[in-house]
Ligand binder design. Structure first.
Ligand code: PMP
Length: 446
């Protein structure tokens, strides 16, 4: 890390004064699961950029696809009647991948916040087209993370993301997170599923189903702490949404394209949502791209020809040709290399290798995850399960100790989150686990 007090860049998720203390890490190059900083240090990237570089860095096929498109045309818009070949091809490819979910239409954007924001707006317009103009409110999960535009910040269930930016969108409601490790009710998975599903039902009844547009959640909560819900829960969510005529939106920004061990997070739970939001792995992070995908039932509403069916939403970069060319190739690499299967197998090995940390270290309260999304949940006290203070210097020390050994890990609040590229191998896991032992041994002995 290099100290640089004069950077003109405002960095997300850190205060400028803390950044001045820790300094910036300038990444200049990447190769597979490794990145290289300005000083020439090789770093094992256990964040995959930011949950996204699923096919690994500097992949020759990705570079070729992007430069080939660049030589044709870098950009043209998709408003009104304009389109481009990569956008049409990628939309068709996505619908082929999502045939089991009966998805029918795709709206492109530039990232995960965009994809979710688009989902919220199209959900409202859907109900307007269906003649139910009062169905405008949203329900989501505590600890849910859906991005940082004003709309999606409002439905996000992590308080720290909202505090500085209030007042936000009104009438966004939350129900408790389905966290088996830390909840006030039970340690039984099926019982927890029933409790959370009835919380959703009670919330709908309290607000009135005629006022609610959609329930939105991540199939596995990511930034909120890699919370894997009970297996029974999503089928119950689907049932409750159907019973009360509410759209079910799956935020697959992290879980889409293999990270959880299935191609899509919802497939772990055998549930087809009405709307799916995609980004990150869609282009493996090579070029920013988001996509909001509507199922047949929802898409059909736009067959009306009246003025209310005008889609007054969309972005300059919706369907960006370079991004879509990158997307087509990222998807083909996932398919050819069956990266979701690798994520399932190597992710299980990572979980098994990390489970002993719970016995070894008083700081580690829980180890959980699915596929290549894994968390070490740090605690002040194992009995009370009280989270380690996010301001504790231990959090940053762990990150810095790992980095001093050539491994990038991520600290979010009181959690160490691991989300490496889906090309990770068992030998990379061994390096990561050895480094984590080093870091935890060091902070435990202080
Ligand atoms: N949804 C989820 C589940 C995410 O994890 C993220 C980003 N980490 C987003 C949405 C927002 O995506 P972006 O940062 O690309 O806007």
């Amino acid at each position: 890390m290099t100290n640089n007090n004069h950077s003109p860049v405002l960095h997300p998720m850190v205060s400028p004064s803390i950044l001045n203390l820790i300094g910036q890490t300038t990444i200049v190059k990447g190769d597979g699961v490794f990145v290289y900083d300005k000083q020439g240090n090789e770093l094992l990237d256990c964040m995959a950029g930011l949950w996204c570089v699923n096919v690994g860095h500097n992949h020759p096929k990705m570079n070729k696809a992007i430069t080939e498109q660049l030589e044709k045309i870098a950009f043209y818009n998709s408003f009104v009647d304009f389109t481009n070949e990569p956008a049409e091809m990628l939309a068709n490819e996505l619908l082929t991948w999502l045939k089991p979910e009966q998805m029918a239409k795709v709206m492109f954007s530039s990232g995960g916040s965009d994809a979710n924001e688009t989902a919220l707006k199209l959900a409202r317009q859907y109900w307007l087209l269906e003649g139910q103009k009062n169905k405008t409110q949203f329900i989501s999960l505590t600890n849910g993370y859906h991005g940082l535009h004003f709309g999606v910040t409002s439905i996000t269930g992590i308080e720290i993301h909202k505090q500085a930016y209030a007042p936000l969108l009104q009438n966004c409601h939350h129900i408790p997170t389905p966290c088996l490790y830390r909840n006030p009710w039970t340690s039984d998975s099926d019982e927890l599923a029933d409790i959370i599903a009835s919380q959703l039902e009670e919330k709908i009844i309290a607000i009135g189903e005629h006022n609610i547009a959609a329930f939105i959640a991540e199939p596995i909560q990511g930034a909120g702490g890699v919370i894997v819900p009970p297996a029974k829960l999503w089928p119950l969510f689907r049932k409750v949404c159907d019973k009360y005529n509410i759209l079910l939106i799956a935020d697959e920004v992290v879980t889409g394209f293999g990270r959880s061990g299935e191609l899509f997070g919802c497939r772990n739970w055998q549930v087809s949502p009405d709307i799916m939001c995609l980004a990150k792995g869609l282009t493996s992070g090579y070029i920013p791209l988001g996509a909001t995908v509507l199922n047949e039932k929802v898409a059909k509403a736009w067959q009306h020809s009246g003025p209310e069916s005008m889609i007054m939403h969309g972005y300059t970069y919706s369907g960006h040709p370079l991004a879509c060319a990158a997307g087509l190739t990222a998807l083909s690499i996932v398919q050819e290399q069956q990266l979701h299967i690798n994520a399932a197998q190597v992710g299980e090995y990572l979980l098994q290798s990390l489970r002993p940390f719970k016995e070894h270290y008083s700081l580690v309260g829980d180890v959980r995850g699915k596929g290549l999304m894994v968390v070490l949940d740090l605690v002040e006290c194992k009995t009370s399960k009280a989270p380690l203070d996010p301001a504790s210097p231990l959090n940053q020390q762990l990150v810095q100790l790992a980095q001093s050994q050539g491994v990038i890990i991520r600290n979010v609040g009181s959690k160490v989150i691991l989300s490496p590229p889906l090309t990770f191998t068992r030998s990379h896991v061994d390096t990561l686990v050895k480094t984590l032992h080093f870091a935890f041994d060091r902070v435990s002995s202080n």
